[in-house]
Design a protein around this ligand. Structure first.
Ligand SMILES: NC(=O)c1ccc[n+]([C@@H]2O[C@H](COP(=O)([O-])OP(=O)(O)OC[C@H]3O[C@@H](n4cnc5c(N)ncnc54)[C@H](O)[C@@H]3O)[C@@H](O)[C@H]2O)c1
Length: 328
């Protein structure tokens, strides 16, 4: 099959590209390289450096179908930034997605996969796993922007027949176990690569934002899913689109606190991780854990490599081999 992967040069997208290539499929990537890297893609992959804000350039690439599916990973995705610049986030994520979805409708694309987020559920404190049918109450403009796009996809299906799988990821982490791709954000904001950098002596100390949450040790709890298991979820979700649009939570159902992440990095690296407490940040709920039972039941998906130490180990191997990310 042949897929257009939008935002395929980024962290999650590049792992999905590899999973599709490994499965014998053809892939073309559209990306503006704002946070992604050309070096994350094999030379053989068709690549177009295009910004989704440019509708005519986007439409030109989408017109190069037919596509068996279009997958949309491109977004601004730092919750804390969205709390500082809410309108920028809302506008950028909405307009870029609107352009892509319009181009897909114009070109009769039938199947679309969208990277949504657990931040849809960030509003009230939730101290139990979040089921797929939980009420949406975004706790940040980032989460709200993803919900806007989910609503666009609803109408794109109802009126134009564009079927979509909305995958609400919890925390993606880890790296390709074969070491081909990994995580390289600049600046990095995700806890696991930051903690690894402290263990490897590349950062002085880690800041933990908020130690007074109503959790077992006071630090936030998140559900970390290995990016390879997440890539597999995309391929399984595609099969659901023959008859209807779907929305799923994608996580392991198990949560780890920030302090437990530090302990895992210390176990895997054999090094001490220095950390200091900082005040809570806006937009950070105490706990986000996925109940993915519907997805598991309907697709047979199960996380295979998402135990915490494997996530940390693969991320650390990649980080050791690529101390400056893809730059070098
Ligand atoms: N990483 C996570 O833990 C996580 C969790 C929940 C949801 N998500 C969502 O998953 C998606 C992928 O996340 P990621 O961590 O891989 O992010 P990323 O920043 O690594 O990847 C995003 C990619 O999209 C590209 N891009 C951004 N804006 C673009 C534009 N206007 N035009 C064309 N390309 C553009 C970037 O260059 C990058 O390659 C995002 O939509 C994010 O909101 C991620």
């Amino acid at each position: 099959m042949r897929f257009l992967i939008v935002g395929g040069a980024g962290f999650v997208g590049s792992h999905v590209v590899l999973a599709l290539l490994d499965g014998g499929h053809d892939v073309v990537v559209l990306d503006n390289l704002s946070t992604g890297h050309r070096a994350a893609l094999p030379d053989s992959v068709g690549f177009h450096q295009v910004d989704l804000l440019d509708f005519s350039a986007t439409a030109k690439i989408v017109a190069q179908g037919p596509w068996d599916g279009v997958m949309h990973f491109a977004a601004l995705s730092v919750v804390a930034d969205s709390m500082r610049e809410p309108l920028h986030y809302l506008r950028q994520n909405y307009l870029t997605s609107l352009n892509l979805i319009q181009a897909c409708i114009d070109n009769k694309v039938k199947k679309f996969i969208f990277s949504s987020t657990a931040s849809l559920f960030g509003g009230p404190e939730r101290l139990e796993p979040i089921p797929e049918n939980a009420a949406v109450q975004p706790g940040s403009p980032y989460g709200e922007s993803k919900f806007f796009i989910e609503r666009v996809l609803h109408w794109a299906d109802a009126i134009h027949g564009l079927r979509s799988a909305t995958l609400r990821y919890f925390n993606a982490a880890g790296a390709d176990p074969a070491g081909r791709v990994g995580e390289d954000h600049n600046p990095e904001t995700h806890l696991i690569p930051l903690t690894i950098d402290v263990a490897l002596g590349r950062r002085p100390a880690l800041k933990l934002f908020g130690m007074d949450y109503p959790t077992r040790d006071g630090s936030c709890i998140r559900d970390y899913i290995h990016v390879t298991d997440l890539a597999d979820a995309h391929i399984r979700a595609l099969c659901q689109l023959d008859t209807r649009s779907v929305a799923y939570n994608i996580g392991t159902g198990r949560g780890y606190s920030n302090l437990e992440i530090i302990q895992s990095v210390e176990r895997v690296s054999g090094k001490k991780v220095l950390w200091e407490a900082a005040p809570r940040r806006g937009g950070d709920p105490a706990m986000l854990i996925a109940n993915s039972n519907t997805f598991r039941k309907e697709t047979g998906w199960t996380p295979r490599v998402s135990d915490l130490d494997s996530i940390v180990d693969t991320a650390m191997q990649w980080r050791k081999k690529h101390p400056y990310g893809y730059e070098n």
